[in-house]
Every structure is written in C-alpha cells, then in structure tokens.
Write a protein that binds this ligand. Structure first.
Ligand code: FES
Length: 158
C-alpha cells in the first residue's frame, strides 16, 4: 500500500462522514488488493473513527481482505453443478497441495485459496478460476498438474 494511493482515495471523500467508510474501504481495496494496517489507521484518522471500528466493519463484510492476497488467486467454484461434479474433492486436494484453507495465503505469498459461488461455467464443471481465468472439467490429476505449472512459472499459465 502506498501512502500516495491512500491519500488519493481520501481526496475523493473530503468530509469526515461515517457514510463514506465502506466506499473508502472499497476504493482502497480496489487500488491495492487488500486493506493494510497502514491504510486502516489513516482512514480512521480521516473519518475520526477508532481503528477498532474500521476493523469491525471490514471483518463484518467478507468482501474485504485484511491480508495481502497471493500472486495467484485460486477460487474453487462451490456452486451446485460443480458440487455435483466433485468440487469438494478439488478443494480438499488444493488444501493438501497448498497447505492452506479457504481465505488463506501460502507463506511464500504465491497462492491464495478461496471458494466462490457459481461462476457461470456450469457446462464445464467442475471449475476453478485462477486470477480470473477459468479451468474446467478438472479432476484431481489435472488440478495437480495445473498447480505445479503455476508454481513453476510463478504465474497463471495454461
Ligand atoms: S456451479 Fe460452478 S460454474 Fe456454475
């Protein structure tokens, strides 16, 4: 999080109105990918709100992330069509391979694992997305190959 980015966002919300809290959090997260401690403190100063209040709001809404996301964000679709085609097994495999659970990031900062509701690719279920790219008709073996490819390349590759 750069100091400059926070200040740029806050410039758009000149009055210290509590109503601005959620839009500010959304804007900062959009710019930086997460809400750093530095950002939360600065937003608190701007809105004259205690940091604990801001953390309270940020943790209440699960759209907000308080830790830096991994370079590769993998989401396992847990919608009905993917569930029927075994998405829970894919999630289990990923948890074992990466050593993290949903909402967590690997220590090396490479992967963040998450689950998501239907992503609109039911015809190719089960689906995962990696940095927004769809990978469908996965089984455990293909999933392992994919993750190894991503790990080796340090990014999402086909
Ligand atoms: S349920 Fe997974 S893409 Fe629709």
């Amino acid at each position: 999080m750069t100091h400059q980015t926070i200040e740029q966002v806050l410039k758009n919300y000149p009055s210290a109105s509590r109503d601005a809290l959620i839009p500010i959090l959304q804007d900062v997260q959009e710019a930086e990918g997460f809400l750093s401690r530095e950002a939360v403190i600065r937003i608190g100063q701007h809105l004259k709100l205690p940091t604990s209040k801001i953390y309270g709001v940020a943790t209440f809404y699960n759209q907000f992330k308080l830790t830096r996301p991994g370079k590769i964000q993998i989401q396992v679709c847990r919608g009905t069509a993917c569930h029927v085609k075994g998405s829970l097994n894919l999630l289990d495999s990923l948890q074992l391979m990466l050593g993290v659970g949903p909402g967590e990031t690997t220590r090396d900062g490479l992967f963040t694992l998450d689950t998501v509701a239907c992503v609109g690719g039911c015809s190719i279920a089960p689906v995962i997305t990696a940095n927004g790219r769809f990978f469908g008709r996965l089984d455990k073996k293909r999933l392992e190959e994919l993750v190894e490819k991503f790990r080796a390349a340090g990014e999402v590759v086909e």
